[in-house]
Design a protein around this ligand. Structure first.
Ligand SMILES: [Zn+2]
Length: 82
């Protein structure tokens, strides 16, 4: 869950993990730890037609949830982050 200093400019103030409620560390609007951000606008063929969903997960919650997948994640190692 994201809170903004200014809703129009989307200046990031705080982020909380939706899974456990932990506050994610932010410094000068830069996220200082591993986290996952998910966002989807559900389409006409779903049961959530036109609903926009958004959530954030800390790395521990991401690991816990993805560990329960029947088919494991696809993991590729990048040489560098851009
Ligand atoms: Zn968490």
């Amino acid at each position: 869950m994201r809170k903004y200093k200014n809703q129009k400019e989307k200046k990031l103030a705080e982020i909380y993990c939706n899974g456990c409620g932990k506050k994610i560390t932010i410094k000068n609007e830069m996220i200082q730890e591993g986290m996952f951000h998910g966002e989807i606008l559900w389409g006409y063929f779903s049961n959530k037609d036109t609903e926009h969903h958004e959530f954030d997960l800390c790395e521990a919650c991401y690991d816990r949830i993805t560990a329960d997948f029947v088919i494991p994640l696809t993991v590729k190692k990048e040489k560098e982050l851009l």
